[in-house]
Design a protein around this ligand. Sequence first.
Ligand code: 5AD
Ligand code: SF4
Length: 457
Amino acid sequence: MASPTRDTDPRAFIKSFGCQMNVYDSERMGDLAGQAGYAEAAGVEDADLIILNTCHIRERASEKIFSELGKLRELKEQRGQMGRPTMLVVAGCVAQAEGAEILRRQPAVDIVVGPQSYHRLPQLLREARIRPGVVDTDFPAEDKFSQLPASRLDAIRRRGVSSFVTVQEGCDKFCSFCVVPYTRGAEASRPAGAILDEIARLAGAGVREVTLLGQNVNAYHGVDRHGQAIGLAGLIRAAALMPGIRRVRYTTSHPNDMSEDLIDAHRDVPALAPYLHLPVQSGSDTMVKSMNRRHRVADYLDIVARVRAARPDIAFSSDFIVGYPGETDADFDQTLALVSAVGFASSYAFKYSPRPGTPAAEMSGQIDEAIKARRLAVLQELIEDRRQAFNRATVGRRLEVLFEKPGRREGQLIGRSPQMQSVFAEGPRSLIGALTVVEILAAEPHSLRGRIVSPAS
Ligand code: 5AD
Ligand code: SF4
């Protein structure tokens, strides 16, 4: 959004829930609101436009949104009495999943817009001013990305040194527990030229690290500027060559799309950071099969070994679901064994949450909440233990850190190691955006403390 120029300018507030894709979409909606004349609001209280960019993947997401909307309705009424109308927008995956039902349950909502059609926001705002209660949850034929404005530089600058770039959206995998194929639709890849143009703009505004983003990013299959097919490995190689770009990352990947070419890129492209988020969900073949993941646990271990052979310093992370229908103690123990065997640098664990409309929600053998909670606690403790062991192993080593911003204390800088660890050290602000060699002195609970050895470049 443009910085506010006058107190009378209308203001927009965007609240983002869920994944990094939503964070990226929220930034884009911010740009669109800016185009429609809105400055950035500090909070909901001073906002003339409130957008909730929602997530539907776990928990009682819809219920949380409706309770939030209940509060916002009161705020809208109060502001209305003061002669300040408020536009209320529900965007994201709950919007896609619930559609017009949202208007029925909460008539104070003016616009419901799905993740595939938010590029139409300026037009929807105009429509809703005349006739509130607009719903747009289409999967339009036009390319949403080609409709988006090239972000203005000030908006890009606020993103700092590291930025996400969406390269692919949607998923055709249909894991039995997951709503993404329904809310985000089929896999679709952006053309490589448009992605590289966006990266060039970001690099020009000071971005040094890009994370190529997609629900199923390693299924990326785009076309290059000559109309030739290009996969994620080709895109990574091209991004790594862009002037100014020092590091490239990608997330989130599916084991079945870890192609030979992509594994080779981990060996050949020094700028490709040695960190891979590769969810496996469970260590039990029975669970993985029932989840429709279409690979065995041994295949996952084989991929880990091959990527490690290509890039020995690579760190892995994963997502896990506990309490999936039919999960026995023995299945769960296999998940614990897998976590120990791989030695993940970090991981996320979730209790299985039935999502209406997905096959797993209808399965027999749903697991008791208390058992889910117990398994979650055990798994989280193991993951944390592994994470700390991984961090402790870096003490005494020298890592190349990309400093991103000043730390909490005066004179401190905060950045990330190649393996995604948060690192802080004393140093001048001029090092923000530069790759800097840091000797790690200690592993603290949430970050590594280090000493700057030399500005690497
Ligand atoms: N219940 C619990 N966790 C889920 N995830 C996706 N759907 C569900 C669900 N229904 C988790 C998976 C996925 C991550 C983004 O969210 O682990 O990898
Ligand atoms: Fe969901 Fe599976 Fe697709 Fe990931 S791969 S988005 S878990 S359906």
